[in-house]
Ligand binder design. Structure first.
Ligand code: ZN
Length: 154
């Protein structure tokens, strides 16, 4: 069958940036299964794979707006070092999980440590990055009613 809304598709993919550097790949690992039409994968890829069948190979370029979003300068903030009390040494590149005001968990990465504060970036690490997927469709099946109800593959 073809990939359509509420089909379960299993794919192998290799993801590269515009310089050709590999960001992620399933090829030496388990393939990825997702429930189509429910936002399990980024919207630009989900939409491009609609109508594909097992055996199809496809190259898909996803612009940031359809991927992990544009880089948002408002998510880069300088905060007081006291926010990291309890941590021995705060260093560039460290990642922390925080709570947004809405109570969602959010990851921030430390960009810069200075005497008067710590600059953190709450953007997804792939925000602002154009994503190039090389996809091969391994299998497609109908989802079970429970999978559709839960919105993910079992
Ligand atoms: Zn479930």
């Amino acid at each position: 069958m073809k990939i359509e809304k509420h089909a379960v598709a299993t794919i192998h993919y290799t993801l590269t940036d515009n310089e050709g550097a590999i960001i992620d790949s399933s090829v030496d690992d388990e393939p990825l299964s997702y429930l189509s039409g429910t936002g399990n994968i980024i919207p630009g890829l989900e939409e491009a794979l609609l109508g594909c069948e097992p055996g199809d190979k496809k190259k898909v370029t996803v612009e940031p707006a359809q991927g992990y979003g544009e880089h948002d300068a408002k998510l880069v903030q300088k905060v007081p070092a006291e926010m990291f009390s309890g941590i021995d040494k705060v260093e560039e590149g460290m990642e922390f999980e925080t709570q947004s005001p809405e109570g969602e968990s959010q990851f921030v990465i430390v960009m810069k440590v200075e005497d008067d504060g710590v600059t953190i970036d709450g953007n997804h690490e792939l925000a602002g990055v154009t994503l190039n997927f090389d996809v091969s469709v391994e299998s497609v099946r109908e989802a079970t009613p429970t999978e559709i109800e839960h919105g993910h593959v079992h």
